[in-house]
Design a protein around this ligand. Structure first.
Ligand SMILES: [Zn+2]
Length: 86
């Protein structure tokens, strides 16, 4: 597995932990309010309201760097992920 894949797994686990700590209503393991007001984060610290949906890539990709994106909290913005720090 590539280094990039590991970073994606770490990012996804951190986001799930942040979501579980919110303690609100959950839907498929993520807070409903995240799903209602979606932001997307990639492991290169880009956050966007939109993402590139490409059947060729097979995943939801960042508009800036084409890395996979994951649902993050509505207040998130570009830069290092804060919250649920190790
Ligand atoms: Zn990116």
């Amino acid at each position: 597995m590539s280094e990039s894949h590991d970073e994606n797994v770490i990012l996804q686990l951190r986001l799930m932990k942040i979501g579980s700590l919110e303690g609100g209503k959950m839907w498929f393991g993520l807070p409903e309010r995240w799903i209602d007001n979606p932001r997307w984060r990639c492991h290169n610290d880009h956050v966007s309201r939109t993402y590139l949906k490409s059947d060729g890539l097979g995943y939801c990709a960042c508009l800036k760097c084409c890395e996979p994106v994951f649902l993050t909290f509505p207040e998130d913005k570009d830069g290092p992920l804060r919250g649920a720090d190790e």
